[in-house]
Design a binder for this molecule. Structure first.
Ligand SMILES: O=P(O)(O)OC[C@@H](O)[C@@H](O)c1c[nH]c2ccccc12
Length: 265
């Protein structure tokens, strides 16, 4: 399955990167930076209403190149102005054509916390995220042992990074809760066959306590989908492709958030 391929690719990339970088220096650099309380990020998502994590993504394994023209900073600024609660930046190079440099350039140019979207399998990647200016990282339950999941979550939070823990089924939700995840994402895209269904979010939502932010990831095609997901009671949605392809991403986000205001009337 695709996740296995991604882990293999990430491992070989790390070997090369670590030859070029002094990992000990990176750690010192990361630890010298100011430490925010990650709870502040969690609280933003727990605040009433629906929250959008808008994703900067050039390509994906399921869709190939999404944005041939890729003015990443401008895209991120548009998301920022449209009222996204956080901005996700793909940094995985082989399958998503991402770069950590994109994140490093976007982070100082926006007001919202930036999420490093990658396949974190080594503490080195967490230090890198911190130094690049990320405020949130993704940890995927399916590719980590319970021990590593716990260790990486603790490490990230000790550096002041919030953690979005991605889970796919009941068992992974339990694992996420067991390590103390405060923000859980459920991917609506099945990574075995790439089919998308909101049923997964709907089914798993009930297993997550109210004090933990619940994010539905992938497959949002139109603003009305945001309203639908919101009606399930979830806290946030992570949207990539539809925003990258939208003629007017600002209007897309505003319409999604606006339908909320309308629903609440
Ligand atoms: O482009 P979409 O269907 O809106 O999906 C965004 C996001 O959820 C997706 O990119 C994603 C979800 N989990 C991931 C893990 C790694 C890489 C990417 C992802």
């Amino acid at each position: 399955m695709i996740l296995d391929d991604l882990v293999v690719a990430t491992k070989s990339r790390l070997v090369k990167e670590k030859e070029a970088v002094q990992v000990a220096d990176l750690k010192v650099q990361a630890e010298a930076l100011p430490v925010a309380d990650p709870q502040d990020v969690y609280d933003r998502f727990l605040a009433s209403g629906i929250h959008v994590i808008a994703e900067v993504k050039k390509a994906s394994p399921s869709k190939g190149v999404i944005a041939a023209d890729f003015p990443y900073q401008e895209i991120a600024r548009t998301y920022d102005q449209a009222g996204a609660t956080a901005i996700s930046v793909l940094t995985e190079p082989d399958y998503f054509l991402g770069k950590l440099d994109y994140l490093a350039e976007i982070a100082p140019a926006v007001t919202r916390p930036v999420l490093r979207k990658d396949f974190v399998i080594d503490p080195y990647m967490i230090y890198q995220a911190k130094v690049a200016g990320a405020k949130i990282i993704l940890l995927i339950v399916a590719i980590l042992s319970p021990e590593d999941l716990q260790a990486y979550l603790n490490l990230a939070e000790s550096l002041g990074l919030a953690v979005l823990v991605e889970a796919h089924d009941e068992d992974e939700i339990s694992q996420a809760l067991a390590v103390g995840a405060k923000m859980i994402g459920v991917n609506n895209r099945n990574l075995k066959d790439f089919t998308v269904s909101f049923d997964n979010s709907q089914r798993l939502f009930d297993l997550v306590p109210d004090s933990v932010a619940f994010i539905a990831e992938s497959g949002v095609k139109k603003p009305a989908d945001i309203a639908h997901l919101q009606s399930l009671g979830i806290n946030g949605v992570l949207i990539g492709e539809a925003l990258m392809k939208a003629a007017d991403p600002k209007a897309f986000i505003e319409a999604g958030l606006g339908e909320l205001a309308h629903d609440q009337d």
